[in-house]
Write a protein of this length. Structure first.
Length: 130
């Protein structure tokens, strides 16, 4: 058993033994977020892209088409997109990529789908903690 798996097992046992222990419960939740991200194959390129999207857009909504339009003039955003999503950079590919990360804690960032507009899905990137 890996060290990470053993640590997770110990946290689960601690929470089961004392469900009122909020610290253990929070640690278990963090460990489960980490495990989900690992299973999803989250990489440092994903973290870098979400951080760059947040830098460019903040907590305001955006579409994949908007991201690609902005990336034409912002080298760091374009490079982060290529590293995380790959080429060719097209809205559908970027949208599917964002959908694959939806709801995961990606290095302190979370992607949320906020519905649709005329350009397709609308997304938001937020920090998972303050």
């Amino acid at each position: 058993m890996s060290t990470a798996a053993a640590g997770l097992r110990d946290l689960i046992a601690q929470v089961r033994a004392n469900p009122a222990d909020q610290t253990a419960t929070l640690l278990l939740a963090d460990a489960m977020d980490w495990a989900l991200a690992e299973l999803a194959g989250v990489t440092s390129a994903d973290v870098d892209l979400l951080a760059e999207l947040y830098t460019v857009r903040g907590v305001r909504h955006f579409s994949a088409a908007w991201v690609l339009q902005r990336a034409r003039g912002l080298t760091r955003l374009r490079e982060a997109l290529i590293d995380a999503v790959g080429e060719p950079l097209i809205p559908r590919r970027v949208g599917k990529y964002l959908a694959s990360l939806q709801g995961l804690d990606v290095g302190g960032w979370i992607v949320r789908n906020d519905g649709r507009d005329k350009e397709g899905a609308i997304w938001t990137v937020k920090k998972t903690c303050i």
